[in-house]
Design a protein around this ligand. Sequence first.
Ligand code: AMP
Length: 214
Amino acid sequence: MNIILLGPPGAGKGTQARKLVDGRNMIQLSTGDMLRDARSSGTAMGQKVAAIMDAGELVTDEIVIGLIEEKLEGDHGGGFIFDGFPRTLEQADALNDILAKHDASLSHVVAMEVNDKALVQRITARSTCGNCGEVYNDITKPIPADEKCVNCGGSDFKRRADDNEESLRTRLMEYYKKTSPLIGYYHAKGQLVRVPGLGEIDDVAAGIADVLDG
Ligand code: AMP
């Protein structure tokens, strides 16, 4: 089963993808994580995309399509969760072609629906565990007083450079201009399902599970 989690920044795609990895042996393919890894390991590509990411703009289709192509050559496990990819119609067309090359296809495109006010609140208050990726929120789920991650016990917490109001405005604009047309695209293909993205993590996960198992 191969699925796309589609939604604006802060919709909870990464959090839900990690739950699917744990519960279903699926493989999370987050282009955002891949690009951040390229940056921190200092590759030429990582250096090229750093300023674009910090500004909240999209990196070129060519770069992200190349990243995804590479990953699909490897182990397919219980299927792929595309998290943060595709973000443009060109990327969506490329994904169809790459999957077809591997005799694979998309089972569902899950559109996670969250209003803008919640996105701003989530993103500007967000930090993550540098070790396991567990997500915290200053208001709704603060880092524990002993500064140890509830999931792995790690104590290295990070805030993303682009999780500030200015970058977020650009990221939201990029989403509405370039990514939200994918909702119509996948609806027309009969692959789109909408799931409420607000609420408790487990409730959202249950909504997604209903779609996948239904
Ligand atoms: P994310 O972690 O998915 O929010 O992505 C962080 C940043 O990485 C985005 O704001 C973009 O600059 C870049 N990025 C991630 N995925 C893509 C993609 N599919 N297409 C273009 N840029 C991307």
